[in-house]
Design a protein around this ligand. Structure first.
Ligand code: 13P
Length: 251
Protein backbone atom coordinates (compact mmCIF):
# COMPACT_ATOMS: atom_id res chain seq x y z
CA UNK A 1 0.00 0.00 0.00
CA UNK A 2 1.44 3.36 -0.97
CA UNK A 3 1.78 6.45 1.17
CA UNK A 4 -0.67 8.29 -1.04
CA UNK A 5 -3.44 6.15 0.50
CA UNK A 6 -3.29 8.50 3.46
CA UNK A 7 -5.00 11.80 2.77
CA UNK A 8 -3.42 14.64 4.71
CA UNK A 9 -5.61 15.84 7.57
CA UNK A 10 -5.23 19.34 8.95
CA UNK A 11 -7.35 19.66 12.09
CA UNK A 12 -7.73 22.79 14.17
CA UNK A 13 -8.01 22.45 17.93
CA UNK A 14 -9.58 25.70 19.03
CA UNK A 15 -9.25 24.74 22.71
CA UNK A 16 -11.29 27.09 24.96
CA UNK A 17 -11.30 29.99 22.53
CA UNK A 18 -13.93 31.70 20.45
CA UNK A 19 -17.29 33.43 20.62
CA UNK A 20 -20.28 33.32 18.29
CA UNK A 21 -19.00 36.41 16.50
CA UNK A 22 -15.35 35.38 16.33
CA UNK A 23 -16.27 31.86 15.15
CA UNK A 24 -18.50 33.23 12.41
CA UNK A 25 -15.67 35.24 10.96
CA UNK A 26 -13.08 32.48 11.41
CA UNK A 27 -15.30 29.89 9.70
CA UNK A 28 -16.18 32.31 6.91
CA UNK A 29 -12.48 32.92 6.37
CA UNK A 30 -11.77 29.19 6.18
CA UNK A 31 -14.64 28.64 3.74
CA UNK A 32 -13.56 31.52 1.52
CA UNK A 33 -10.38 29.71 0.50
CA UNK A 34 -10.24 29.14 -3.24
CA UNK A 35 -7.04 27.14 -3.35
CA UNK A 36 -7.07 23.53 -4.40
CA UNK A 37 -5.29 21.94 -1.45
CA UNK A 38 -5.81 18.20 -1.37
CA UNK A 39 -5.75 18.18 2.43
CA UNK A 40 -8.84 17.32 4.40
CA UNK A 41 -9.76 20.12 6.82
CA UNK A 42 -11.45 19.81 10.20
CA UNK A 43 -12.13 22.13 13.12
CA UNK A 44 -12.55 20.86 16.68
CA UNK A 45 -14.58 23.48 18.50
CA UNK A 46 -15.84 23.91 22.07
CA UNK A 47 -18.94 21.71 22.48
CA UNK A 48 -21.27 24.69 22.87
CA UNK A 49 -20.33 25.87 19.38
CA UNK A 50 -21.02 22.59 17.60
CA UNK A 51 -24.48 23.80 16.58
CA UNK A 52 -22.88 26.87 15.00
CA UNK A 53 -20.25 24.76 13.24
CA UNK A 54 -22.98 22.46 11.97
CA UNK A 55 -25.05 25.31 10.62
CA UNK A 56 -22.13 27.08 8.93
CA UNK A 57 -20.18 24.05 7.67
CA UNK A 58 -22.92 21.62 6.59
CA UNK A 59 -22.48 20.81 2.92
CA UNK A 60 -18.97 22.32 2.82
CA UNK A 61 -15.62 20.55 2.46
CA UNK A 62 -14.71 21.29 6.10
CA UNK A 63 -15.44 18.68 8.77
CA UNK A 64 -16.07 19.53 12.41
CA UNK A 65 -15.72 17.77 15.71
CA UNK A 66 -15.35 18.11 19.46
CA UNK A 67 -12.39 18.24 21.85
CA UNK A 68 -13.50 15.52 24.27
CA UNK A 69 -16.25 12.94 24.77
CA UNK A 70 -17.57 10.97 27.71
CA UNK A 71 -16.43 7.38 28.14
CA UNK A 72 -20.02 6.55 29.09
CA UNK A 73 -22.96 6.03 26.80
CA UNK A 74 -25.47 8.11 28.80
CA UNK A 75 -26.81 8.70 32.27
CA UNK A 76 -25.84 10.40 35.51
CA UNK A 77 -22.56 12.02 34.45
CA UNK A 78 -23.08 15.69 35.18
CA UNK A 79 -21.33 18.00 32.79
CA UNK A 80 -20.34 15.34 30.28
CA UNK A 81 -21.22 15.14 26.60
CA UNK A 82 -21.92 11.79 24.94
CA UNK A 83 -20.70 10.47 21.61
CA UNK A 84 -24.28 10.23 20.35
CA UNK A 85 -24.80 13.93 21.17
CA UNK A 86 -21.75 14.76 19.06
CA UNK A 87 -23.16 12.68 16.22
CA UNK A 88 -26.46 14.56 16.47
CA UNK A 89 -24.55 17.78 15.85
CA UNK A 90 -22.87 16.37 12.77
CA UNK A 91 -19.41 15.75 14.21
CA UNK A 92 -17.05 13.57 12.19
CA UNK A 93 -14.27 13.42 14.73
CA UNK A 94 -13.35 14.04 18.35
CA UNK A 95 -10.02 14.75 19.99
CA UNK A 96 -9.28 12.27 22.76
CA UNK A 97 -6.62 12.29 25.45
CA UNK A 98 -5.17 15.70 24.68
CA UNK A 99 -2.27 16.38 27.04
CA UNK A 100 -4.24 19.25 28.61
CA UNK A 101 -6.97 16.78 29.57
CA UNK A 102 -4.44 14.23 30.74
CA UNK A 103 -2.74 16.75 32.98
CA UNK A 104 -5.56 19.09 34.11
CA UNK A 105 -8.28 16.44 34.28
CA UNK A 106 -6.15 13.47 35.29
CA UNK A 107 -7.22 11.38 32.32
CA UNK A 108 -5.51 8.00 32.47
CA UNK A 109 -4.34 5.93 29.52
CA UNK A 110 -7.20 3.52 30.26
CA UNK A 111 -9.84 6.27 30.27
CA UNK A 112 -8.46 7.60 27.00
CA UNK A 113 -8.78 4.08 25.55
CA UNK A 114 -12.41 3.81 26.74
CA UNK A 115 -13.21 7.16 25.16
CA UNK A 116 -11.65 6.09 21.86
CA UNK A 117 -13.77 2.95 21.91
CA UNK A 118 -16.89 4.97 22.73
CA UNK A 119 -16.22 7.32 19.82
CA UNK A 120 -15.75 4.43 17.39
CA UNK A 121 -18.98 2.81 18.58
CA UNK A 122 -20.75 5.99 17.40
CA UNK A 123 -18.75 6.06 14.15
CA UNK A 124 -16.79 9.13 15.18
CA UNK A 125 -13.12 9.29 14.24
CA UNK A 126 -11.13 9.45 17.48
CA UNK A 127 -8.05 11.68 17.18
CA UNK A 128 -6.02 10.10 19.96
CA UNK A 129 -3.25 12.31 21.34
CA UNK A 130 0.00 11.00 22.76
CA UNK A 131 3.27 12.66 23.63
CA UNK A 132 6.02 13.04 26.19
CA UNK A 133 6.88 15.87 28.55
CA UNK A 134 10.22 17.65 28.39
CA UNK A 135 11.41 15.75 31.46
CA UNK A 136 10.49 12.44 29.84
CA UNK A 137 12.31 13.36 26.63
CA UNK A 138 15.41 14.34 28.59
CA UNK A 139 15.30 10.94 30.28
CA UNK A 140 15.17 9.30 26.86
CA UNK A 141 11.72 7.95 27.72
CA UNK A 142 9.83 9.23 24.67
CA UNK A 143 9.26 5.84 23.07
CA UNK A 144 8.37 4.23 26.36
CA UNK A 145 5.82 6.93 27.19
CA UNK A 146 4.19 6.88 23.77
CA UNK A 147 4.03 3.08 23.84
CA UNK A 148 2.49 3.09 27.31
CA UNK A 149 -0.13 5.67 26.25
CA UNK A 150 -0.99 3.86 23.04
CA UNK A 151 -1.09 0.23 24.20
CA UNK A 152 -4.50 0.34 25.95
CA UNK A 153 -5.94 2.30 23.01
CA UNK A 154 -4.78 -0.37 20.57
CA UNK A 155 -6.22 -3.08 22.83
CA UNK A 156 -9.53 -1.23 22.99
CA UNK A 157 -9.96 -0.46 19.29
CA UNK A 158 -8.97 -3.96 18.19
CA UNK A 159 -9.98 -4.63 14.60
CA UNK A 160 -11.08 -1.02 14.11
CA UNK A 161 -7.48 0.17 14.17
CA UNK A 162 -7.74 1.50 10.61
CA UNK A 163 -10.50 3.92 11.68
CA UNK A 164 -8.52 5.95 14.20
CA UNK A 165 -6.26 8.95 13.84
CA UNK A 166 -3.29 9.46 16.14
CA UNK A 167 -1.75 12.81 17.00
CA UNK A 168 1.81 12.93 18.30
CA UNK A 169 2.00 16.06 20.41
CA UNK A 170 5.17 16.46 22.43
CA UNK A 171 3.97 18.36 25.50
CA UNK A 172 7.00 20.64 25.49
CA UNK A 173 6.08 21.84 21.98
CA UNK A 174 2.46 22.76 22.73
CA UNK A 175 1.87 26.49 22.83
CA UNK A 176 5.54 27.15 23.46
CA UNK A 177 6.73 28.07 19.97
CA UNK A 178 9.18 25.16 20.20
CA UNK A 179 8.57 22.57 17.52
CA UNK A 180 10.06 19.16 17.25
CA UNK A 181 12.42 19.18 14.30
CA UNK A 182 11.06 17.23 11.33
CA UNK A 183 13.59 14.47 12.04
CA UNK A 184 12.67 14.24 15.71
CA UNK A 185 8.98 14.06 14.90
CA UNK A 186 9.51 11.58 12.06
CA UNK A 187 11.40 9.23 14.40
CA UNK A 188 8.50 9.10 16.83
CA UNK A 189 5.90 8.83 14.05
CA UNK A 190 7.78 5.89 12.54
CA UNK A 191 7.97 4.27 15.96
CA UNK A 192 4.22 4.71 16.40
CA UNK A 193 3.54 3.20 12.99
CA UNK A 194 5.75 0.23 13.86
CA UNK A 195 3.69 -0.26 17.03
CA UNK A 196 0.52 -0.23 14.95
CA UNK A 197 2.04 -2.69 12.49
CA UNK A 198 2.66 -5.17 15.30
CA UNK A 199 -1.14 -5.29 15.63
CA UNK A 200 -2.15 -5.10 11.98
CA UNK A 201 0.29 -4.32 9.19
CA UNK A 202 -2.29 -3.25 6.66
CA UNK A 203 -4.22 -0.94 8.98
CA UNK A 204 -0.94 0.58 10.15
CA UNK A 205 -0.42 1.92 6.63
CA UNK A 206 -3.88 3.51 6.64
CA UNK A 207 -3.75 5.28 10.01
CA UNK A 208 -2.99 8.95 9.79
CA UNK A 209 -0.48 10.14 12.36
CA UNK A 210 -0.70 13.90 12.84
CA UNK A 211 1.96 16.10 14.38
CA UNK A 212 0.89 18.75 16.91
CA UNK A 213 2.87 21.37 18.81
CA UNK A 214 3.52 24.88 17.52
CA UNK A 215 2.85 23.93 13.91
CA UNK A 216 2.77 27.20 11.95
CA UNK A 217 2.78 28.27 8.31
CA UNK A 218 6.57 28.65 8.41
CA UNK A 219 7.38 25.13 9.67
CA UNK A 220 4.46 23.11 8.32
CA UNK A 221 5.93 22.29 4.93
CA UNK A 222 9.03 20.53 6.20
CA UNK A 223 7.12 18.64 8.89
CA UNK A 224 4.43 17.52 6.45
CA UNK A 225 7.09 16.40 3.98
CA UNK A 226 8.19 13.59 6.32
CA UNK A 227 7.01 10.15 5.25
CA UNK A 228 5.11 9.29 8.45
CA UNK A 229 3.68 12.74 9.20
CA UNK A 230 0.21 12.66 7.69
CA UNK A 231 -1.14 15.99 8.84
CA UNK A 232 -1.30 18.37 11.75
CA UNK A 233 -3.32 19.09 14.87
CA UNK A 234 -3.08 22.85 15.08
CA UNK A 235 -3.72 24.91 18.20
CA UNK A 236 -2.88 28.61 18.15
CA UNK A 237 -2.49 28.91 14.38
CA UNK A 238 -5.96 27.41 13.80
CA UNK A 239 -7.54 30.54 15.30
CA UNK A 240 -6.42 32.58 12.32
CA UNK A 241 -8.01 31.58 9.02
CA UNK A 242 -5.04 32.66 6.89
CA UNK A 243 -2.54 30.76 9.04
CA UNK A 244 -4.73 27.66 9.16
CA UNK A 245 -5.18 27.71 5.40
CA UNK A 246 -1.49 28.37 4.80
CA UNK A 247 -0.68 25.24 6.79
CA UNK A 248 -3.24 23.22 4.81
CA UNK A 249 -1.87 24.57 1.56
CA UNK A 250 1.68 23.58 2.44
CA UNK A 251 0.63 19.92 2.63
P1 13P B 1 -0.26 24.79 19.51
O1 13P B 1 -0.36 24.63 18.01
O2 13P B 1 -0.88 26.07 20.00
O3 13P B 1 1.12 24.55 20.01
O4 13P B 1 -1.17 23.62 20.14
C1 13P B 1 -0.98 22.34 19.70
C2 13P B 1 -2.07 21.51 20.27
O5 13P B 1 -2.13 21.28 21.45
C3 13P B 1 -3.08 20.98 19.34
O6 13P B 1 -3.90 20.06 19.96
Amino acid sequence: MSLSMRRTLIAGNWKMNGSLAANASLLAGILSDRSTSSAQLAVCVPALYLAQAQSVLSGSHVLWGAQDVSAHEKGAFTGEVSAQMLVEFGCSCVIIGHSERRSYHAESDELVAQKAQRALASRLIPIVCVGETLEEREQDATNAVVSRQLAPVLDAVGTQLGSIVIAYEPVWAIGTGKTATPDMAQQVHARIRAMLAERDAESAQQVRILYGGSMKPDNARELLAMPDIDGGLIGGASLNALDFLAIANSA
